[in-house]
Design a binder for this molecule. Structure first.
Ligand code: WT7
Length: 650
């Protein structure tokens, strides 16, 4: 990347929070934010210690932050707690025991409401079942499920025992399960017969069966009956959830876990190599997700909060389950597609449950806009008071559409920047304390110290763009990459080792209001519908097909997905592309990784543009894919005619 990243956008509209919102907001003005922020930076231990006291600890910590061995920071050392206890038991000795914890709706329209007491009982039962299956503190458990309440129950049960869950998005393929199971030596898998998606059954158990042929570490599989499709049950290995749950006690005391005990692993793509197993730990993650939920979503006792993400992504971990239940709020969970059976499904649900806080992704917002203004116009939406977005930079037009057609110009919007690695929201506006600005994430949350720096670590002046780094540790930060401390150091800390800064991998700048504008990734990672995919992984998937000799994958601007996937492919041994090759290869990638990684465009070429040393010049291909005229330096290119030919075909 060059010294500064170009940006052209300068947005000047500011949207002040409505007076009615401010009146009841947890943080009502900029001065309060400034004071708390200042304190959190000057005295992080005092600040975080005080905040952590709002939660339950079996034993109080000796030290809030241990910085003795960076980048291996420890939070709340000496303290013991349990996040499942804080999400459940903590609410049982008040009237909240009969409050809805989860309001769930299946795609076919079936509904379930679990109160805090009922959820607690189910989680205890599940913990007992898992213990019977040999799961203990530290055991790795993979969860590959549709968005059903049992998914929430399973993760909270693991957390209750101290077992480490590794949730695998239900849209991933059998191969993705194999990689993740191997990487963490998973011993038990929790899955379902299937899940509903656009009216058909996603055959999850079949994918698990296929994967487990190659996974000898897995001893037990617990299977939820959801879709009633025919599944094979392997004697001695597979167990029906409903049968086991019926036979155990609904009491299981939460384990007293060290604050630093691992909570979960969640895999995310990097620019090179296999997916990275982001490891989060108990105490810091709990405090971080609790506090961000409380202030950013401004959670009130009466709120009905709905985050439309899948729990298979970090957004679902932190802001459907852990942070929200730790606050004793009501969380809505939906199983299916947003346009099934019609494009008004989400708005119908907002009205049905009187949702007050709604959190979704820019890609979804662009799809809603595309489906037409008349769709949300048919609904009341009067219950909504706060909107949020996450996953990628939101274009100001999409922001304005959300503000106007969903928020009806009366709801603040929080544009929340964070990552799987950060565990919780890092940069956003606080909804009652400051104006929002379309396309801009906003100001750092408490305890977060962001900066924009050059490759050499010099701070860039306000307005200039560069690398976004975080200059101090924060409680919900990742602790390492599972089983790979070396890669953890290399990827996030080696570039600014001297300074001890965390490298986010994003380019950004601060605008004249001091708000942080995120430009996007600076590495070979593409952001498809708010989900990170490594170009390398897709290339490996393509090359694993016997048809393909070589492949280069780049992102290009896509009006709904944010970025689309364009693959440049050379076929094996001089073969000429046939009409069916494109579809064959797209299906091949879907099988290797999952449908989300299917290339939108495949372009066959006789050769790829390379440097004289043989490196594929992806930055040139990015321009070709975007159809933009390149002003890039091509002097290191070995054979310019290849590029010229590709450009001419565009
Ligand atoms: C990357 C992290 C965090 C949950 C969802 C994605 C991009 C995320 C924003 C935002 C601009 C954003 C960044 C980041 N990103 N939120 N509000 N504005 N960009 O998690 O898969 O770990 O991806 O998503 O590029 O680094 P993830």
């Amino acid at each position: 990347m060059s010294k500064s990243i170009d940006h052209v956008l300068e947005e000047s509209r500011l949207f002040e929070p409505p007076a009615a919102f401010v009146k009841n907001a947890a943080i009502k003005d900029r001065a309060t934010y400034d004071r708390l922020y200042q304190e959190s930076i000057e005295d992080p231990e005092g600040f975080w210690g005080r905040m952590a006291e709002e939660l339950h600890w079996f034993r109080k910590w000796d030290r809030v932050l241990n910085e003795d061995h960076p980048p291996f920071y420890k939070w709340f050392e000496g303290g013991t707690t349990n996040i499942s206890y804080n999400c459940l038991d903590r609410h049982l000795d008040s009237w909240r025991k009969n409050k809805a914890a989860i309001i769930w709706e299946g795609e076919p329209g079936d509904q379930r409401i679990l109160t805090y007491q009922e959820l607690h009982r189910q989680v205890c039962r599940c913990a007992n079942v898992l213990r019977e299956l040999g799961v203990e503190q530290g055991t790795r458990v993979a969860i590959y499920m549709p968005m059903v309440p049992e998914l929430a129950i399973a993760m909270l049960a693991c957390a209750r025992i101290g077992a480490i869950h590794s949730i695998i998005f239900g849209g991933f393929s059998a191969n993705a399960i194999v990689d993740r199971v191997h990487d963490a030596s998973v011993e038990a898998v929790i899955t379902a017969d299937g899940g509903w998606r656009r009216g058909s059954v996603l055959p999850l158990k079949a994918a698990v069966d296929e994967a487990l042929e190659r996974c000898p570490t897995v001893k037990n599989v617990l299977v939820v009956k959801r879709t009633e499709n025919e599944v094979a049950m392997v004697e001695g290995r597979d167990h029906w959830w409903h049968e086991r749950m019926a036979k155990v006690s609904d009491d299981y005391p939460a384990a007293e876990l060290d604050a630093e005990a691992p909570l979960y692993i969640l895999y995310t793509s990097g620019s090179t190599g296999k997916p990275k197993g982001i490891l989060h730990s108990t105490g810091g993650y709990m405090v971080g997700t609790y506090l961000t939920s409380k202030y950013i979503f401004d959670l009130k006792e009466e709120d009905t909060y709905w985050c439309t993400a899948d729990i298979g992504w970090v957004t679902g971990h932190s802001y459907i389950i852990y942070g929200i239940l730790a606050n004793g709020a009501t969380t809505v969970m939906y199983e299916g597609a947003p346009n099934h059976p019609h494009t008004g499904r989400f708005w119908e649900m907002v009205d049905r449950y009187k949702v007050t806080v709604f959190y979704t992704a820019p890609t979804a917002i662009r799809a809603f806009a595309k489906w037409g203004d008349d769709v949300p116009a048919k609904y009341d939406l009067g219950s909504l008071r706060l909107l949020g977005t996450v996953g990628e930079p939101i274009n100001p037009e999409a922001w304005m559409w959300y503000h106007k057609h969903i928020g009806r110009e009366g709801c603040p919007i929080v544009d929340t920047w964070w990552q799987t690695e950060t565990g919780g929201i890092m940069i956003t506006t606080l909804p009652g304390a400051m104006p929002a600005k379309p396309g801009s994430a906003g100001l750092p949350f408490f305890g977060v110290k962001p900066a924009i720096v050059t490759e050499d670590g010099e701070e860039v002046e306000t307005g200039g763009s560069g690398l976004l780094v975080i200059q101090c540790p924060w409680p919900s930060m990742l602790r390492t990459l599972y089983g790979d401390d070396q890669r953890f150091r290399e990827v996030y800390w080696s570039k600014f080792e001297k300074q001890g800064w965390y490298l986010t991998g994003d380019g950004a700048y601060f605008d004249k209001n001091g708000y942080c504008m995120i430009i996007g990734r600076i590495d070979d990672v593409i952001n498809v519908s708010g989900h990170r995919l490594g170009t390398m992984e897709i290339e490996s998937a393509l090359v694993s097909s016997p048809l393909v000799a070589e492949a280069a994958v780049v992102g290009f601007p896509h009006d709904v997905k944010g970025q689309g996937i364009c693959a440049f492919v050379t076929l094996a041994a001089g073969a000429q592309p046939s009409e069916t090759d494109t579809e064959t290869l797209r299906e091949h990638v879907a099988k290797e990784i999952g449908a989300i990684a299917k290339p939108d465009i495949i372009r066959f070429t006789d050769a790829l543009p390379k440097t004289r040393s043989g490196k594929i010049m992806r930055r040139l291909l990015r321009d070709v894919a975007a159809g933009s005229d390149s002003k890039q330096d091509t002097t290191t290119l070995e054979d310019e005619s290849i590029l010229n030919k590709l450009r001419a075909e565009t």
